[in-house]
Design a protein around this ligand. Structure first.
Ligand code: ADP
Ligand code: MG
Length: 462
């Protein structure tokens, strides 16, 4: 919590009064930093982790700005899934309790069109929806954004993950240029920077909590005496820490291959990534790792460059990097977005010189850690959280993320929250779903239709 109370803001008395009754007294950090700019009409990019109070930050901004007497759509909020859209709608309604006759309408896929069209004909002030369905309404001309003065992208990183970038750009093009735009995200991948350049005007950037300082990465070093011990050290540490996503860096392609094979023989699910793979295997490896269908990626430095994953739970240096800059680059992939990162480095007696250089760089002594007890070898490797489905149709068949979300979530389908990353290439589409939903998801996709047509669907396994 910040030390600032909502009273200090230029909010109307009905809103302030209602905040008191909700027992929102102090602003959260992200609210304290963003609300003054939002109320001043500035475009804002705000980054803060889950639970930091982002919804109220934009909701209070748009409620303050709203002209209730004018019964037109004045705010549009885009969310990645139906569940999140429902949550945002109910938080807005709660915060709007003090203002009479505000109409908030939720428009998401997986629900029938007819009633949505009916509600739109009755009018609304605020629309909350998922990009695919909003786009569909725009296309059918059942929704008009001409009077939108505030546009919000909530959980922008998730929307990009789910492949909604084209849909978002298409929607925004149909909103007035004079609008105010707010973008909220838990993480800040490069792609967000790119799209924000196109859609925000001279934005104020707000970030709550530092992204990556030295304290967020714990580095551990292990002295290994042989190739066997190196492999054993890796297995012990993976079993001990069970990272949800980890990259094991090797210095050669051959070693990448050997380490991945050995891990797979030992019951782990590991993917190898190096320059000798053909394009399709490479793409599939990156897709499966970044959508969390595989938790261990063994890679060379060069191959790992294409990896757009922001937040690894652990990095292993199977061999020390040839120079310190590469070492720093490798371990910098863990411990972002405020979570604690771990970096495990293995070295042998002949790496003494490199260890000294790293000691200079880290400004501390490096001491060899004890490996975990051999008893951890009795633990089972964790299966990945997600499983990837491949659909034999893609951009060329005009398949969009919203079609896939819609097909998965309809009657007896899975929940939007169980859908992970969606990636669409010209001829294929990939969607990750929670492991426990794979049967339902497979059935829904393979028996259902996308854009009026059936597609072959397969589960992608190692
Ligand atoms: P985020 O979108 O950043 O993940 P939410 O907007 O969902 O977070 O907020 C998390 C929770 O905190 C919600 O239950 C919300 O009602 C509550 N909350 C938000 N702002 C405040 C506040 N200033 N005081 C008390 N509770 C708050
Ligand atoms: Mg939120």
């Amino acid at each position: 919590m910040s030390q600032l109370s909502f009273d200090q803001l230029a909010l109307n008395s009905a809103l302030l009064h209602n905040l008191k009754s909700l027992e929102y007294t102090q602003m959260t950090e992200i609210q304290a930093q963003s609300l003054p700019h939002i109320l001043a009409g500035k475009d804002v990019i705000a980054q803060g982790k889950t639970g930091s109070g982002k919804t109220a930050a934009f909701a209070l901004g748009l409620l303050q700005k709203l002209n209730v007497k004018r019964f037109r759509i004045q705010s549009l909020i885009l969310c990645p899934t139906r569940e999140l859209a429902d949550q945002v709608s109910s938080e807005i309604r709660r915060l709007a309790r003090g203002i009479h006759n505000i109409k908030v309408l939720t428009l998401c896929g997986g629900a029938p069109f007819g009633p949505q069209i009916g509600s739109l004909e009755h009018g609304a002030h605020i629309i909350v929806g998922t990009p695919g369905r909003i786009q569909d309404h725009l296309r059918k001309q059942t929704l008009c954004l001409d009077e939108v003065s505030m546009l919000v992208l909530d959980e922008a990183d998730r929307m990009l993950d789910m492949g909604f970038v084209d849909a978002i750009e298409d929607i925004i093009e149909q909103a007035p240029k004079s609008r105010q735009t707010l973008l909220f995200s838990a993480t800040f991948p490069d792609q967000i920077q790119q799209i924000s350049r196109n859609i925000l005007r001279d934005p104020v950037s707000i970030k709550v909590e530092a992204m990556h300082d030295d304290n967020t990465i714990s580095q551990y070093f292990y002295l290994v005496r042989s190739a066997e011990e190196r492999m054993l050290a890796l297995r012990l540490l993976i079993l001990q820490y069970q990272p949800t996503s980890a990259v094991v860096f090797c210095n050669t392609k051959r070693e990448v291959q050997e380490v991945a094979e050995e891990l797979n023989n030992r019951g782990f699910s590991a993917l190898a990534l190096h320059g000798d793979l053909d394009q399709k295997d490479r793409d599939q490896a990156l897709i499966r790792f970044s959508n969390r269908s595989c938790s261990i990626l063994v890679a060379t430095d060069v191959a790992a460059r294409g990896l757009d994953i922001e937040n690894l739970s652990a990095v292993f240096n199977y061999n020390l990097a040839h120079d310190q800059e590469i070492h720093v680059h490798r371990i910098g992939r863990t411990g972002r977005a405020g979570s604690k990162g771990m970096a495990f480095s293995f070295y042998s007696a002949k790496d003494e010189h490199r260890i000294h250089l790293l000691e200079d760089l880290l400004d501390r002594n490096i001491q060899a850690q004890e490996l975990p007890e051999a008893s951890v070898l009795e633990l089972q490797p964790q299966p990945s959280a997600m499983i990837t489905l491949r659909i034999e149709g893609g951009k060329k068949q005009k398949i969009r993320p919203g079609d896939i979300v819609g097909a998965l979530t309809g009657d007896d389908g899975i929940s939007g929250d169980d859908i992970g990353k969606i990636q669409i290439s010209p001829n294929w589409a990939y969607v990750a779903v929670q492991r426990q939903c794979i049967k339902t998801a497979f059935k829904k996709l393979s028996t259902g239709k996308l854009k009026g047509r059936k597609y072959r669907v397969m589960v992608v396994r190692g």
